[in-house]
Design a protein around this ligand. Sequence first.
Ligand SMILES: Cc1cc2nc3c(=O)[nH]c(=O)nc-3n(C[C@H](O)[C@H](O)[C@H](O)COP(=O)(O)O)c2cc1C
Length: 204
Amino acid sequence: MEPSTSCPAAAPLVKRPFHVLVGVTGSVAALKLPLLVSRLLDIPGLEVAVVTTERAKHFYSPQDIPVTLYSDADEWEMWKCRSDPVLHIDLRRWADLMLVAPLDANTLGKVASGICDNLLTCVIRAWDCRKPLLFCPAMNTVMWEHPITAQQVGQLKAFGYVEIPCVAKKLVCGDQGLGAMAEVGTIVDKVKEVLFWHGDSQES
Ligand SMILES: Cc1cc2nc3c(=O)[nH]c(=O)nc-3n(C[C@H](O)[C@H](O)[C@H](O)COP(=O)(O)O)c2cc1C
């Protein structure tokens, strides 16, 4: 007798990959995007895509990013008529976790106040807060120490987003102090930690 293929109870549970959407903004720490993506891809069962701001593009070469890279032009080129996909909503639906690394001062301010004037900030504005969103601030030390920064970081944490704190070091601009993006290893470990807690919910 042939084995039945129609009985749902007999069908194995298929676990789909866990979808990580990396957002990258115009901090010099965006230089680390290729390393960050490759370290994330080392995690078994992970699928990664990247959303970039226009300024972030200055810091890496697209050919060094081995996953799909979305930017503002894609959003507008994709939509011509009613039946077309709205990219920022589709990306929100696709992603199980969003990681914004680096998050620069400009996009931090926009996200804290709800501004959404590009693809990345639209995805974040449309984010379902029941899904994890991790952010890695990166900016000059004096920008970091400005009182508006703590207010804005506090606002993001109040939304339920998880801060991966910046670290102190000699910055590319020559200043010494807090403001450097967390090390890639620290960021990847945090993603793994979140995966551990959410990883069982991706059965389809
Ligand atoms: C070489 C260079 C490095 C920069 N690094 C940072 C940075 O580390 N953090 C930051 O907040 N802004 C930094 N900026 C400024 C941002 O690129 C600028 O605010 C830009 O408008 C950010 O746009 P976005 O948030 O849309 O990516 C840097 C600018 C330049 C030219």
